[in-house]
Design a protein around this ligand. Structure first.
Ligand code: CAA
Length: 382
């Protein structure tokens, strides 16, 4: 791996600790988790034991107090071993923990952030609806105030960790009319009366991660669970996604690295026409393109993380990193399957799983077409 030259001792220590854990414990059971569609509770338990469920959250709230880049490298290493565990941790941290850290009151932080950052609770992020995917400003789940409670009605779809999470950072319409104004963010606990889990999706990949519908039928949420200002929820969501997208870029990077490692090793072993396939220029060119794109993706992802660590604007850079790293994940995993040929298409090798897992990274936390819109908007704004 490259880029070690300017990582601090602490960053290297976190990366190497997580790499060891992920390779020794998560990688060996990743195929089984995929096959059985099993939520990887045991992995989350291990992460919690090691204090890794709130890597970039200050110690006073139960986190590890590390910088964002350390967290990003952890997501990369975990996704390299088990991409399902990678997305669960990424959504929990970037969208769950950070929503509270940035927008929570002191009481909300004490009540919820400490539970999330220690791994006692798992966090989820509920923005998407059937008619509000790429355009979340069109969401229609409503919340009307009745005394000191909001009464929530509607449904959410495609929610990562639905049914497994304990706290749902949920976006609802509290104001009149349409559009992004009048959207509010509510913290909704798993056991809230009137809140149930609906359809569980059957997916192409990332089968260890649970993806479900959420149903709110006159769910009663205390008014004190408003996160940030009432009516300002859309901006809360957008700002969180700026950080979240760096995490998904890191997930793509980890999947790409895993696929590349297998393809490189296989090409050195596989003999055809009397020599290893690595000796053929056709394979060498593929490997060269794969490695170059992985390095470029890593530079973009780490740059975006560094900007965030410095408190500098990073919306454009996060979108560039997410788009490029996840397109790279699809490119590299598809080529890895090709290099392994018939074996690559079979479950005996992990590359077909990597390819299935990679596909969703181009779609969630904003499709790569949406990332291009964000990049262009930032460029044109000057
Ligand atoms: N930070 C803070 N505020 C922001 C912002 C940001 N990054 N981006 C926009 N805003 C603000 C704007 O300043 C504007 O505010 P004002 O009215 O005060 O000027 C307001 O938000 C509306 O901005 P836009 O007009 O740019 O918004 P838009 O409706 O055109 O949407 C979009 C822009 C980029 C397309 C946005 O809708 C988007 O990101 N769509 C994709 C949605 C998405 O990523 N969903 C992911 C679901 S979560 C998930 O996938 C998690 C998982 O399970 C893995």
């Amino acid at each position: 791996m490259t880029l070690d030259f300017d990582l601090t001792e602490e960053q290297l220590m976190i990366r190497d600790t997580v790499r060891k854990l992920a390779q020794n414990e998560f990688a060996p059971r990743a195929a089984e988790i995929d096959k059985e569609h099993r939520f990887p509770r045991e992995n989350l338990k291990k992460l919690a034991e090691l204090g890794l469920m709130g890597i970039p959250i200050p110690e006073e709230y139960g986190g590890a107090g590390c910088d964002f880049l350390s967290y990003i490298m952890a997501i990369e290493e975990i996704s390299r071993a088990c991409a399902s565990t990678g997305v669960i941790l990424a959504v929990h941290t970037s969208l769950g923990c950070f929503s509270l850290l940035y927008h929570g009151t002191e009481e909300q932080k004490k009540k919820y952030l400490t539970k999330l950052a220690t791994g006692e609770w798992l966090g989820a992020f509920a923005l998407t609806e059937s008619n509000a995917g790429s355009d979340p400003s069109n969401l229609s789940t409503s919340a009307r105030l009745e005394g000191d409670h909001y009464i929530v009605n509607g449904s959410k779809i495609f929610i990562t960790s639905g049914g497994e999470a304990d706290l749902y950072v949920t976006f609802v319409r509290t104001g009149p009319g349409r559009g992004h104004k009048g959207i509010t963010c509510l913290l909704i606990e798993k056991d809230t009366p009137g809140f149930t889990i609906g359809k569980v999706e059957e997916k192409m990949g990332l089968n260890g991660s649970r993806t479900t519908e959420l149903i709110f039928d006159n769910a009663r949420v205390p008014r004190e669970n408003v996160l940030g200002q009432e009516g300002e929820g859309f901006k809360v969501a957008m700002a969180l996604l700026d950080g979240g997208r760096i995490g998904i870029g890191a997930q793509g990077l980890g999947i790409a690295q895993a696929a590349f490692d297998v393809a490189l090793e296989y090409s050195r072993q596989r003999v055809q026409f009397g020599r290893t396939i690595a000796e053929f220029q056709a394979i060498q060119f593929m490997l060269a393109d794969m490695a170059t794109r992985i390095d470029a993706a890593r530079l973009l992802v780490y740059r975006a993380a560094r900007l965030k660590d410095k408190g500098l604007p990073h919306s454009k850079e996060a979108s560039m990193a997410k788009m490029y790293a996840t397109d790279t994940a699809m490119f590299v995993t598809t080529n890895a399957v090709q290099i392994l040929g018939g074996y690559g298409y079979c479950k005996e090798y992990p590359v077909e799983r990597y390819m299935r897992d990679a596909k969703i990274t181009q779609i969630y936390e904003g499709t790569n077409q949406i990332q291009r819109l964000v990049i262009a908007k930032n460029l044109l704004r000057g």
